[in-house]
Design a protein around this ligand. Sequence first.
Ligand code: CP
Length: 317
Amino acid sequence: MSLVKKPFLSTADVSKEDVIAIFDRSALFKKEFEEKGRIDHLIKPNSLGQKVVTLLFQEPSTRTRTSFQLAALRLGLRVVLLDNMSISSMQKGETVGDTIRNAAAMQPDLLIGRFNEDLDAEEAIKALEIPVINAGLGAKEHPTQALLDAFTIREYRGQVEGERVLLVGDVLHSRVANSNLKLLRNLGAEVAYCAPEEFRPKDSLWQDVQHFPHRDEAVQWASVIMGLRIQTERHKDERSIGLTVANFRDRYRIGGDQLNHFREDGILLHPGPVIRGVEFSNYVLQDPRCHVLDQVTNGVYVRAALMSFMLGIEVSS
Ligand code: CP
């Protein structure tokens, strides 16, 4: 496992073999929890020590923050949480980079951080000498979301290799899309996207990725559909602000009409938060092919597995 005591900032940091090892351990944790209601008994004696994880969240989060916290507690780790920057010394003028450097200077065994896109934050986390997990960095990357997405694809489709994964929505501002593209291609999936002109990615990473201008054709191509929220908090230019939600919904929302053309054994995913009626209709969220809450459940086990590897925690199988 190349991630032991290393930073995990991008899905490009992890090899295919490491991903398989993370998935196998995630599946073990999930099965064990479903059977016995616990996973801490799998940890080999003396392997946990008194390890402490610091969660530092500058941006809002429901799923990522609490699933990391829950996963750490299920493993038997101790957790320090700083997720309300209005009570941090950033209020007194300290920069986000210095906040990260100070949190790391306290020497937690692992730092898990989510930050706005900010050069200061990026430079600080890249230079840390303690293990760090990127829990979402601006519009750049969200690698643990991509891991749990791919794990969910493997669980409900049987494999990732050969799958046709369609991203629909605001790809331009999505860190989830960037992390997923790198990971899914590494695992042998085909990736395409369907987005209005205003939300098409500009980065060279996306240059050779297939784009479907029309939703119906895209849905027929896919075996996995992943909706992406319109990330208004990251919109800086008039063009994207000018695209109304109603306009987006009319042309890009996945609803009952689209599901009629989607394969029976396909699956629908969304990293959340879902804005009901915009990316997916209420009807779609209730369809048995929709696994949005299963992704959230899987996030706990995938993050537990990742942390256990990064901390060098030994697990009996
Ligand atoms: N998917 C995701 O990152 O959700 P949160 O913003 O709620 O953590």
